[in-house]
Structures are given as C-alpha cells and as structure tokens.
Write a protein that binds this ligand. Structure first.
Ligand code: MG
Length: 452
C-alpha cells in the first residue's frame, strides 16, 4: 500500500495584481495550473481546467484516465473560450500527478502540458521529469540554443502547448514507481523562474514537512523577485508497496505514517554543495516506467508560436514602425509650421522714414518671429517731399505686400505732395505752366543695399 502526504502553497508574487495559478491537492490527485489570458481569462481557464480534471479523474482514476481528464479539460476550456469572446485566447498549463492502482500495483501517473513542471526528489537528487512545452525548449531540442541559454531566453515563456488554445492537445504521460522517501514537486514557472535546481533541492532536502517545504519555496521565490504567480505542491511518499511485505501487521495510517517520513527525511543525502547531486540527469534509480518521447508540435503550432514570439518581440522593441511614423509626422508638422511662419515674415515690405529719408525694408514692421527686416532700398525721397500728415505714420512704418507696392506707395506720396504744392503755387519749381499735372520722378536715388 502506498501512502502520500502533501502540502501546497500559492502566492500572487510581487509584480502581478491577480493570481492566475491554481493548485489541486487531494489524497491521491495533485496538480498545478498556470492560467493565461487577459480579462480574467487566465483565472477562468485555470479554474475550468482543475475542476474538469478533478471530476474526470474521479470518474476514471487510472493513468489513462488522468491523461483523458487533461484532454477533457482542454476541450472544456477551448469551448468556453469560443462561447465567450471576452475570453478568447485564454489557456492554462497543467501538470498533474495521481496515485493509481494498475494491475494490482500502485503507480504515480504524471501528466504535463505547458511549462509548469514536475520534479522527483529521490535519494537527495532532484530530477525534472516533465519537459517544458516552450519555444525556447523547442530550440534546445533542435540544437539551436543550449539549456543554459534557454533558461534566460526571451522566448522561454512562449508556449508551444497549452490547454484551451486548440480543440485538441497532446498530453505527455509518465508512470513512476512510488518509493518511500521520495518527494514529488509540482510547480508553476513562478518558482523555477526565481530559484535554480540547487536552491529547490536544498529546501526539499532540509525541510521534512511537505507543507512547510511548500511555504518555504514560495517565500523564497518571492524573496528572489516574485515576478510571477508562484504555486508549489510537495507530495511525499511515506509508505510504498514494499512496506506491506516488511510490516504486514502494522496498521499504517495517520500518525504512524507521519512518524515514518519524519524518520526518513533526515536520512536524505546532505551533499548539497555538490552540483552533480541536483543535475537533472537521468538516474537509473528513478523508476520511470513509461516516458514516451513527447510528440513534436505540429508545423502549425510552431508557426503560431514563432509568429506570437515575433509579435511579442515587436511589441517590446523601443523603435517601432509606429514610433518612426509618429516622429516623421511630427517633424513634417514642425517643418511646415516653420516655413509658414517664415513665409509670413518674409512675404512683406514696408516703408519707413529713417533720418528723414524714406527707406524700403524687406520684412515685417518691428521684425517677424523668424526673420529680421533688412533694408533693400533707399528711395532718396525725404519727409519734406511727402504730405506732412503722412510723416507720423511713415516714422512708424507703412506695410506693403511687395517691393513694387512699396515703391508705388512712395511715388504716390510724392505725387500727392507735388500736386498739392502746384495747386497752391502754380509757379513753384517743377510745376507745369500748361496747367497739366506732371508727376515728379521718384526713386531718383535707388540703391539696393541689402538683398532680402
Ligand atoms: Mg506563470
């Protein structure tokens, strides 16, 4: 007879505002689900998945039944997603372990979809059983990157498999012989993102109580950053089939069983300083009865995952096409505004009296925003040559649209004054003796001193 004891803990972490992880912990079924998707999609997906898993496995508590329960959970989440547009795209990871009896023998069946993980801690050695269904792990398998590079790869969180994102899912299934003293660790990536295998093994090695160990692992992940939701389930094998033969008369249960594991835990190897002890390598002592090679994701799944990864990468790029377009439009507006103001400043001339001589300037009276007026013509006309009532205005300046208009204005003033003088004194110099008005020549002194 196999007897298990477990503990679990979950925490939102220090960055996320909601916890989309869920843990399942019954006498024989244990699971971790890490939901994903906006608009509460992750929470809904995880909840639907664990509820379906629990009910479906309860109806058929075998290894195959556990695998089918995951498949059923996938369908439930996927259909719920189709029926609720707000929840489109939601999904969840799921790793689950269950104590089942097959052919009269106790076995721990273990299933996985996604990047939550299951580990076995056997004789002081921590071994990852599940294989992450992530793009980075795919790249490791195809030899594109190393395992070390995968641990920090930007695509390590892009999943190639998850529950609820398609109408079918491939489920990895293992069968493990339960051995007294072994521990199983099920966790979401919130734990493994923050702690390495050595740190996890150290806790499992030194903390015998599974609940205390689970609490401590979650707390440690928080301390190391807590960038994601953290969920941990620790399952201890406190009696196995072999114990029945050794102690058939002992009615093992409850308190005696606890005492048994308390006696086992201190005996775990204490060579924590030796990295080889926690290296996730295949150990002959690990009785993995069945470990099918996980199927490669279909070309469509890989294409979708890569496209998603590119989208994510684009979103994280600081300089995007949208940013460039924005800057170009902003520059065009600024350029246009600059030339509009400059055009306004320069598309004008004015006449102004300077030292009693009428001068023509290019620009705006008083100066424009972007253009300082420049003198373009000395007319040679003095304030004595124009009507006296215009002098005050000429001292301030008279604006005209063009150089020609400014010259005409000056000529007009001279003509008006000349007519006035000849009307009052026909014999004055320059007045016509025939009575006809003869316009005086203007611009006698025309010098362009500065180019506009
Ligand atoms: Mg997570």
């Amino acid at each position: 007879m196999t007897l298990l004891r477990s503990g679990s803990a979950t925490d939102t972490g220090l960055v996320r505002s909601v916890n989309q992880d869920l843990a399942v912990e019954t006498g024989t079924l244990f699971a971790v689900a890490d939901g994903m998707g906006g608009h509460a999609g992750g929470e809904v997906a995880a909840r639907l998945a664990v509820d379906t898993l629990t009910i479906a496995f309860g109806a058929r508590p075998t290894g195959a039944g556990l695998s089918e329960a995951i498949t059923e959970a996938n369908q439930v989440v996927f259909e719920h997603s189709l029926d609720n547009p707000d929840l489109r795209g939601m999904g969840t990871t799921m790793t689950a372990a269950a104590l089942v009896n097959e052919d009269g023998r106790d076995v721990i069946a273990l299933v996985n979809v996604g990047d939550s993980r299951s580990y076995r801690f056997h004789e002081g050695v921590l071994t990852q059983i599940t294989v992450d269904h992530s793009l980075a792990e795919e790249m490791v398998r195809t030899g594109e990157i190393s395992q070390t590079e995968a641990a920090v790869h930007p695509h390590r969180h892009i999943l190639t498999r998850a529950l609820g994102v398609a109408d079918d899912v491939v489920v990895d299934l293992w069968r493990i012989q339960p051995t007294r003293g072994d521990r199983l660790l099920l966790c979401s990536d919130g734990l493994t993102n923050e702690l390495d295998d050595m740190q996890i093994a150290e806790v499992l090695r030194t903390v015998p109580d599974p609940q205390v160990a689970a609490d401590l692992l979650v707390r440690a992940a928080r301390t190391h950053g807590g960038s994601d939701n953290i969920t941990v389930v620790v399952v201890d094998v406190i009696l196995d089939d072999a114990d029945d033969a050794v102690d058939e008369e002992d009615e093992v249960a409850g308190a005696p069983a606890m005492a048994a594991v308390a006696a086992v835990a201190p005996d775990f190897r204490t060579s924590a300083d030796d990295p080889a002890d926690v290296a996730p390598e295949e150990d002959e002592a690990v009785e993995v009865l069945e470990r099918p090679e996980p199927l490669r994701p279909s070309w469509r799944d890989r294409w979708r995952a890569r496209r998603k990864a590119k989208r994510v990468a684009r979103g994280r790029r600081l300089i995007t096409v949208r940013t460039v377009l924005f800057v170009v439009i902003l520059a065009a507006i600024a350029y246009g505004a600059f030339y509009a103001v400059r055009w306004y400043d320069t598309n004008a001339y004015y006449v102004q009296a300077n030292n009693n001589e009428l001068m023509i300037y290019h620009g705006r009276i008083g100066g424009g925003v972007l253009y300082k007026p420049v003198e373009v013509e000395r007319t040679g006309v003095t304030t004595a040559d124009v009507p006296p009532y215009t002098v005050a205005q000429l001292i301030t300046g008279v604006q005209e649209d063009s150089l020609k208009a400014a010259q005409s204005y000056v000529a007009g003033l001279v003509a008006t004054q000349h007519l006035s003088v000849c009307t009052q004194t026909p014999t004055a110099p320059g007045c016509s003796t025939t009575g006809l008005f003869v316009p005086p020549a203007t611009g006698a002194v025309t010098t362009t001193t500065k180019a506009p």
